[in-house]
Design a protein around this ligand. Structure first.
Ligand code: NAP
Length: 315
């Protein structure tokens, strides 16, 4: 592929930014890739790995001259960082983000975008429970969806350009309206993460997790929950605080279903349980048929060449 953006500035240098830089490099999509991170430790690690051509300790210097700026930080700080970069943005540049929540990010970032600068939010549905600059890998987005969330008045050429960037990084792309995005992700990602956090928290409350028996004999279900519950606390705090309504709506429905299953167990209603589990099994089959997972019984174990491969999941 050929160069799509001359200078890409990545703001925040963790799992997603690192993976973007490596995926852009792999396909030669950017003339120059530069980065900014707030802490010296992250900047030094990113410079050592070398996925950026230059790592800045000044956000203004990183953004200056960029034709694409991507916010790769927790969603709760995107508004404040957008205000900081605004004076340095060049006319005609595009600002995008990779946040797991879209409406709150649009409301926080949008007002800071100067006239003549495009703002085109995006969300790659790919990630792992690892974070920081060492967690990135070039294949993270391969075959995964990236949802592009432009508003009605967005510049068509700028939208097409960022779509081609994500496609060049290996993603399949789709466009989605922000509120719809947040409702879909509440079901597919945000509520499941909260449930995983809760289950691991319950086990911890029962003080059994630290027992060697529970660790040694932890069955696949619990082990999968612990992997998800190891995800970055700041990122997930911000996801729940910024997708409050949709997550609470899904958790309300979840609680109703849980009560119904609880009742079926108490009453010995095996038919209810069997019907329910048959329905859910079909959903798993659908995900495999759609190519969004493999039919390998991996229980979180690595089968691919890359350590992140088998755990890549939608966030
Ligand atoms: P990450 O690996 O934890 O990296 C986060 C980066 O943000 C770090 O460079 C960190 O800087 C910086 N940062 C954190 N708080 C900051 C603040 N207050 N001011 C300035 N910089 C700050 O996170 P990630 O997994 O790449 O996630 C980044 C974004 O992608 C999030 O919005 C998340 O919702 C979204 N996303 C994540 C996934 C996933 O699975 N992880 C998937 C899709 C989308 P320091 O290291 O210097 O502290």
């Amino acid at each position: 592929m050929s160069v799509i953006y001359q200078r890409v500035a990545l703001i925040g240098l963790g799992l997603i930014a690192g993976s973007m830089a490596l995926a852009m490099r792999r396909a030669g999509l950017a003339g120059e890739i530069v980065g900014y991170a707030r802490t010296a430790a992250t900047r030094e690690k990113a410079a050592e790995i070398g996925f950026c051509d230059h790592v800045y300790d000044s956000i203004g210097a990183a953004v200056t001259g960029a034709d694409l700026v991507v916010l790769c930080v927790p969603v709760g700080v995107m508004g404040a960082l957008a205000a900081e970069i605004a004076p340095y943005l060049a006319k005609g540049a595009t600002v995008s983000d990779v946040g797991s929540v879209k409406r709150a990010v649009i409301d926080a970032v949008g007002p800071h975008i100067p006239d003549g600068v495009h703002f085109i939010p995006a969300h790659p549905l790919a990630g792992t429970e690892k974070s920081g600059p060492t967690a990135g890998f070039a294949e993270l987005f391969d075959g995964r969806w990236c949802l592009i969330v432009p508003d009605d008045g967005a510049d068509a050429a700028a939208v097409a350009k960022i779509e081609s960037l994500w496609q060049g990084m290996g993603s399949k792309t789709d466009r989605m309206e922000a509120d719809h995005h947040d409702r879909v992700l509440a079901v597919t990602s945000h509520a499941p993460h909260l449930i995983a956090y809760t289950m691991v928290g319950v086990a911890d409350d029962l003080a059994r997790v630290t027992d060697a028996e529970v660790i040694n004999y932890s069955a696949a279900g619990f082990r999968d929950f612990t992997r998800i519950a190891a995800s970055d606390p700041t990122m997930w705090r911000d996801v729940f605080l910024n997708n409050k309504d949709a997550t609470l709506e899904i958790l309300g429905r979840f609680t109703e279903e849980l009560f119904a299953l609880q009742r079926a167990i108490r009453k010995g209603d095996g038919a209810h349980l069997h019907d329910y589990f048959t329905r859910t099994r079909a959903i798993r089959r659908g995900i495999i048929e759609a190519g969004q997972d493999t039919d390998v019984a991996d229980f979180g174990r690595v089968h691919g060449e890359n350590p992140g491969e088998s755990t890549a999941e939608d966030k």
